[in-house]
Design a protein around this ligand. Structure first.
Ligand SMILES: [Zn+2]
Length: 143
């Protein structure tokens, strides 16, 4: 099986991970950070751009902000979905208040908005808070 390109969410290094190692807690060859998590990981704009462009493993981004009630409601659901999809997709969060450029570049009109990236392209987008099972279904259908 061909290795999958996965961007380290800590240092931005693109790692190559054999497909059968995806669920074996792979670590970044540069900084040693875990490449996979069963929780949603917070990332910044540069990391998002890099991972969305390079990763072979689908990347699902939750664009959110601390002042947004529905976003805070969805946070535990999104994290639960991250655990269920571990090894199939990486679920990450981007705080649009800390990284306003991301909202502009990805044309985010309302939050929460989820965007699913695969093979360097955005495949689907979903606005509004939804529960974990619906997130999992949406991701599987999107990528
Ligand atoms: Zn790293």
């Amino acid at each position: 099986m061909a290795p999958k390109k996965i961007t380290c969410l800590d240092c931005g290094q693109v790692n190559r991970v054999p497909e059968d190692k995806l669920t074996a807690a792979p670590k970044c060859g540069t900084c040693g950070a875990k490449l996979m998590s069963n929780k949603a990981v917070e990332i910044d704009f540069d990391t998002l751009q890099k991972a969305a462009r390079n990763d072979d493993l689908p990347l699902v981004v939750d664009f959110w902000a601390p002042w947004c009630g529905p976003c805070r409601m969805m946070a535990p659901e999104f994290s639960k979905a991250a655990g269920e999809l571990n090894g199939q997709a990486r679920l990450v969060k981007l705080n649009t208040e800390d990284h306003p450029k991301a909202g502009a570049v990805y044309n985010i009109r309302g939050i929460p908005t989820m965007a699913a990236f695969a093979n360097g392209r955005e495949k689907a987008r979903q606005s509004g808070a939804i529960p974990a099972p619906a997130i999992v279904d949406w991701v599987k259908a999107a990528v």
